[in-house]
Design a protein around this ligand. Structure first.
Ligand code: MG
Length: 376
């Protein structure tokens, strides 16, 4: 039997500006480090092969960085032409070497991520399988929690109302933002949501890196009685030692990792013992190929996994993780896709469609601000 070969004949990249319905604030805005977020820049990659298959992938940037990701992707895209799309590891290396001068983390690998995700989508479509099943799934649904209702720009009454709506709609947990300059405000907001959803419901908080070590210790202690599923990013994302100390001194699990932009950075976090719950983000670490390395590192240490954002990709990866993970529910990207994930009984369900199971919507095409095509 001979191997099935194919080759990449066309690559299209597009930059889409997704407007958000309201300006979003987390603790980084309250400490003055960032402005409220009004849009998300999404980088799509569409890869077509000689045999007529097509893969779709995406990466993204919040606030600055979208035009830079697009420009880097445009420069390195010609490297893909003529390659067998099944040779994903080889192609990742070629893409990273093409831009080696600007490094193997951050913006350069986030541009590669769009291509890498498209190649995995294409491979799963070739196999006629949802991506999770191609990877080797443990489950066909994953626990999910909502984040989008719990930001700091929303008054507590609205946060409580959104939490109740989400739970009634079948969500499995609620995460709210903390990191208000007045710690008492945080504690009152978390207590109000706990009271609304009940003692047994899954509740998480996220400080978006805005506490210093003494504040984080004080808050972790104050929050212990609230029986949270985790406390997320209590400290600067690169303070691995600080996170490790919190993880060993308190019962509430510590979650972090969303800001890290390579598998190598996750390796350092995990080696330091800085996370009970690892939160990699496939677009941020360079795509699925790199995310799988992080999953393996986390699994070695028996850690929990809760990927950050981009649920359309992460449901497949979480479904393939050994320990029961959590997927983060954000409806923000819904308008970009023709299909939407089903949430029921606390869980997000994999669709039976092959690949990622999504197509790019007409709305996404209408929001496209730049487009470039490379052909064989
Ligand atoms: Mg977070």
């Amino acid at each position: 039997m001979t191997a099935t070969l194919d080759r990449i004949t066309r690559v299209e990249i597009s930059s889409v500006t997704l407007p958000l319905p309201t300006a979003i604030s987390d603790a980084k805005v309250l400490t003055g480090r960032q402005k409220p977020m009004t849009e998300v820049a999404v980088l799509f990659a569409e890869i077509t092969t000689a045999s007529g298959l097509e893969g779709i992938g995406f990466s993204y940037s919040k606030r600055a960085g979208g035009p830079g990701q697009y420009a880097h992707a445009r420069e390195i895209a010609p490297v893909l032409i003529g390659e067998d799309p099944s040779d994903i590891a080889k192609i990742w290396d070629k893409l990273v070497w093409a831009g080696a001068s600007v490094g193997r983390s951050g913006l350069s690998v986030q541009a590669i991520a769009a291509f890498d995700v498209a190649l995995w989508d294409l491979k799963a479509k070739r196999a006629g399988l949802p991506l999770a099943k191609l990877l080797g799934a443990h489950r066909d649904s994953v626990r999910c929690y909502n984040t989008s209702g719990g930001f700091l720009h929303a008054p507590i009454g609205e946060v409580v109302e959104r939490a109740a709506e989400s739970v009634a709609g079948g969500i499995g947990g609620i995460k709210i933002k903390v990191g208000h300059p007045d710690n008492a405000v945080d504690l009152a907001r978390v207590s109000a949501v706990r009271e609304e959803i009940g003692d047994g419901a899954a509740l998480m908080v996220d400080a978006n890196q805005q506490w210093d070590r003494p504040t984080a210790r004080r808050m972790c202690r104050a929050l212990e009685p609230l029986n949270l599923v985790w406390i997320e990013e209590p400290l600067d994302a690169y303070d691995f030692e600080g996170h490790a100390a919190l993880a060993s001194n308190f019962d509430t699990p510590i979650a972090t990792g969303e800001m890290l932009t390579s598998a190598a950075e996750h390796r350092e976090l995990i080696r330091a013992g800085g996370a009970d719950v690892v939160q990699p983000d496939a677009p941020r670490v360079g795509g699925i190929t790199q995310f799988l390395k992080v999953m393996s590192l986390a699994d070695d240490r028996n850690l929990q996994l809760a990927p950050h954002f981009a649920m359309e990709i992460h449901i497949h990866l979480a479904a393939a993780y050994a320990r029961e993970p959590w997927v983060e529910h954000f409806e923000w990207l819904d308008p970009l896709f023709g299909e939407h994930l089903r949430i029921e009984s606390g869980r997000m369900h994999l669709s039976p469609r092959p690949g990622l199971g999504v197509t790019i919507s007409d709305q996404a095409r209408a929001w496209t601000v730049a487009r470039h095509e490379v052909r064989a």
